[in-house]
Write a protein that binds this ligand. Structure first.
Ligand code: GZL
Length: 351
């Protein structure tokens, strides 16, 4: 992959020139589609250090910092695409807003980076800006969640198998209920959903639904989004507890919503986990969740591996060397439950 050499002056000049055009277009009433310079002065696009020649310039946009998982993922990207590793990373946090992600990708195009990498908040709404990246000749690597666009608009995707995570949760529940002698009992389930429209949310829901459909005695009472945050997870669980007095299982699509749900269950005078009133199935398996499992509040947690930075780096280096990469790549994941030696497991966890 022929790489443009990074030149701060060239980028500032380009940005400055474009901003001048933009300024004129605003004056003449036909505002451009790029953020006005006041939003992102060129000099502010770079951190303090001077991008030295020969470094691979990567524009990376994260969804936000909504969860422990997200913070671990962002740390993994920053660590892998570091200056010591030969990269110049332009990092943007979209604060859970799609429009911020699209603006960030447009800024990366303006800055003429070598690679654009992003974790799409939701799978839709990416066609136009990815067409622009393609026209600009900038390779795009989609990371973590997926986008619903023509495959020629991105080089590759690497992330989690969300449907498998959801299916594994359903299969674990079926096995657990059988062991408990409850496989014929009426089982009432509620789901606290992640960000609606996110591929990871859709996949976990669909995967679990596959197993749900095989059990006539399982009923999905309700599903509401907690947007992957602890605060909203609490609010949704509080609402479920007010509406239903016979909840047997909570499926929570990430650990931070689970933390909120556990607090709401306790505040309602109920208990959860292996010895509790309500079975808790969660996703991510971050460190704090495994500790909560040790305390007896979570039955099982389906890992979603955020340590994806090294894989992204390997992909970029392969492209730099002119090698082909697979279109879709999955990170390895497993699950944990309270029957395991969590003390030992926690010693090995990197996040
Ligand atoms: C999963 C990732 C999700 C996590 C949440 O791939 O996109 O986003 O499950 C995070 O914790 O907010």
């Amino acid at each position: 992959m022929k790489r443009k050499s990074i030149n701060r002056n060239r980028i500032i000049r380009k940005t400055g020139l474009l901003s001048a055009v933009l300024f004129l277009s605003i004056l003449t009433g036909c505002a451009g589609q790029y953020p006005a310079e006041s939003e992102t002065p060129a000099a502010a696009l770079f951190e303090e250090t001077e991008p030295s020649e020969g470094r691979i310039v990567v524009g990376f946009c994260e969804t936000g910092s909504e969860s422990d998982w997200r913070r671990a993922h962002a740390a993994s990207i920053r660590s892998a695409l570091s200056e010591e590793e030969g990269f110049y990373l332009l990092y943007e946090d979209a604060q859970q807003k799609l429009e911020n992600q699209i603006k960030a990708v447009r800024r990366f195009i303006l800055q003429d980076v070598d690679y654009i990498v992003f974790s799409p908040l939701v799978k839709d709404g990416w066609d136009v800006v990815l067409e622009e990246a393609k026209e600009a000749g900038i390779p795009v690597i989609v990371n973590d969640r997926q986008v619903d666009v023509s495959e020629d608009l991105y080089t590759c995707w690497i992330g989690s198998d969300a449907e498998k995570e959801g299916r594994d949760a359903g299969l674990w529940l079926a096995d657990y209920l059988e062991k408990e002698g409850r496989d014929k009992e009426q089982i009432n389930i509620v789901t606290i959903q992640g960000t609606l429209g996110a591929s990871i949310q859709i996949g976990r829901k669909d995967g679990f639904a596959e197993v749900l459909s095989e059990h006539d005695n399982w009923t999905m009472l309700d599903m509401q989004t907690g947007d992957f945050t602890q605060t909203k997870g609490y609010e949704v669980m509080e609402d479920f507890l007010e509406k239903y007095d016979d909840i047997d299982v909570v499926v929570s699509e990430n650990d931070n919503m689970t933390f909120g749900a556990i607090d709401a269950i306790h505040d309602a005078g109920k208990t959860c986990g292996p010895d509790g009133d309500i079975i808790i199935l969660s996703f991510d398996a971050v460190h704090a969740a495994l500790e909560q499992m040790q305390k007896g509040d979570i039955n099982a947690d389906f890992e979603c591996n955020p340590m994806q930075g090294e894989k992204v780096k390997e992909i970029i280096l392969a492209l730099e060397a002119g090698r082909e990469v697979e279109k879709k790549m999955y990170v390895e994941e497993t699950y944990f439950d309270n029957t395991m030696d969590l003390e030992e497991i926690l010693k090995t966890r990197m996040y």
